[in-house]
Every structure is written in structure tokens, then in C-alpha cells.
Design a protein around this ligand. Structure first.
Ligand SMILES: [Zn+2]
Ligand SMILES: [Zn+2]
Length: 266
């Protein structure tokens, strides 16, 4: 009697392809489709000092031998390979000028069952130029405007200002905060660019529904031009109390106050 032995062929249960090379039960294509070789943030934001090129990690500034080392470090911190995966990163040379987006290509290679399986990922490092405290001191604490944050939203406003000021760095190279002063009445931010300060205050007035007034003070002359310093107040409506005492007719009129103050500095 002849017993017919069926030829056992291995196949991928997902796509049906016949193959001897199965990875965790799947063909290489299906395995890669279903498996991420890395995890973590693909868009990473980073502060770099304009002057000394140190990188900021929360509140700490760290020195690196070069831009390549910074990129490598940032990728290693943020993008975690799966066990057994080796990462290779590629990026093109770039110049930091304002907010700078650096596309990074990542090749992730997993050695499994004697084979190498690779997958490509795109990441992006967004560099915000800042001025570190040391360089700010070297620049003589340069500022064009003091932003006074007052009232219950002062901490949120400070956070907002610190995160968003760099959005204006493309056009305003001095869009940075030189100094932060915590006072008992609130927080003062010293800002390198009046224009950036004003654009920021317009956004913050809306976001926090506060009054915004800008006052201009002549501070000196340079090459026949007046140099001014601005004080940008963001906080509760100062005149509201007296108005409320009279009657309610002026209530909610903060925007009118704002407009007249704004036009005085045009
Ligand atoms: Zn398959
Ligand atoms: Zn610096």
C-alpha cells in the first residue's frame, strides 16, 4: 500500500503567499506592515542658542561637538528602536535661520531569523533659535520691550509666550526672551523684538481675554533715529473697577481701550 505524503509548504496566513521565510508567522511584507520597528515622537522640537549653538533640554543647556551630534542625540532620546533593531539616520546640511525644520530619514533594520528586515521612517526636528541665559548676559541683556503679565493667567501667559515667541523668529531674529523677572505683582518678560512682542500680545489678548496696552518710551537716539522701549501690559482691565462704580455702560469695552493704545504706537 502506498501512502501519499502531502508536501507541506509554508505560507503566510495573512496574504497567502507561499514562502519558507516566516517572521512571527508572517511573510516579510506582512510582518513589516504589522510591526513598527521604532516608536516615539516623529516630530521633535528643540531649542538651540543663536550665539553659542548649545541645545536646551527643558531648563538645561548642553554643549555638543557639532550639529550632527545634536541631531543624533535628539533622535536617540526620542525614537526608541524595538529590541534588536539598529537605526541609521540621514539628514541634509542645514543653516539655522529662524524656526528651522530639519527632515530626518531613519532606516530601521531588524535582524531576525538570520535575515535583515528594514523599514524607513520620516522624522522631523524643528529647531527654535533662542538665546541662552549666558549669551543673553553677553549681549548686555538686550531688549526692546518689557511684557508685563498680570492677573490670574500670568503663569499660563508666561508659558504661552515662551513657547510661541519663536514663531516670529523667521522675520524677527530678535524674537527671544532675554530675561524673566518674577515680581510680587506678576511676571515681567524682557523681549528682544518689539514687533514680535506686539504680535505675541495680540495673540495672547485673544487667548486669555485680557486687556492689552502698549506704552512707548523714548530711550535714546541712534543714527538720528529715536530708540524706544515698549511696555506691553497684559492683564485684567485696570480701568474696569472705576467704570463699574459709575455704571455699567463701559463694561466690556476693553477692546476700545486696546485699539486706541495700539494705534498710538504705529
Ligand atoms: Zn504575507
Ligand atoms: Zn548661548
Amino acid at each position: 500500500m502506498i501512502v501519499k505524503i502531502p508536501v507541506l509548504r509554508r505560507f503566510c496566513p495573512s496574504c497567502g503567499k507561499t514562502t519558507e521565510d516566516l517572521f512571527e508567522g508572517l511573510c516579510s511584507e506582512c510582518f513589516l506592515k504589522n510591526t513598527e520597528l521604532v516608536r516615539g515622537k516623529k516630530r521633535i522640537e528643540l531649542g538651540i542658542c543663536y550665539d553659542c549653538h548649545r541645545a536646551r533640554f527643558n531648563k538645561f543647556w548642553r554643549e555638543f561637538p557639532g550639529m550632527g551630534a545634536i541631531i543624533q542625540d535628539v533622535i536617540t532620546r526620542n525614537i526608541k528602536p524595538r529590541h534588536g533593531v539598529i537605526l541609521r539616520t540621514h539628514y541634509s546640511e542645514f543653516v539655522i535661520k529662524g524656526k528651522t525644520e530639519v527632515p530626518v530619514k531613519i532606516d530601521a533594520t531588524l535582524s531576525i531569523g538570520g535575515k535583515d528586515l528594514s523599514k524607513k521612517y520620516d522624522a522631523e526636528i524643528v529647531i527654535f533659535p533662542e538665546i541662552c541665559p549666558e549669551c543673553s548676559r553677553l549681549r548686555g541683556g538686550y531688549y526692546e520691550a518689557i511684557m508685563q503679565l498680570r492677573g490670574e493667567h500670568k503663569d499660563e501667559m508666561r508659558k504661552y509666550a515662551e513657547t510661541h515667541i519663536h514663531n516670529y523668529a523667521k522675520d524677527e531674529p530678535n524674537a527671544f526672551i532675554t530675561k524673566v523677572e518674577e515680581l510680587k505683582e506678576g511676571t515681567d518678560l524682557y523681549i528682544g523684538s518689539q514687533k514680535a512682542g506686539r504680535m505675541l500680545s495680540v495673540a495672547m489678548r485673544k487667548a486669555y481675554n485680557v486687556q492689552c496696552t502698549i506704552t512707548k518710551k523714548i530711550h535714546g537716539m541712534r543714527q538720528g533715529k529715536e530708540i524706544s522701549r515698549w511696555t506691553i501690559f497684559l492683564g485684567p482691565d485696570k480701568s474696569k473697577n472705576s467704570r463699574d462704580n459709575q455704571d455699567s455702560k463701559g463694561a466690556g469695552d476693553a477692546s476700545a481701550v486696546q485699539e486706541s493704545n495700539d494705534s498710538s504706537v504705529e
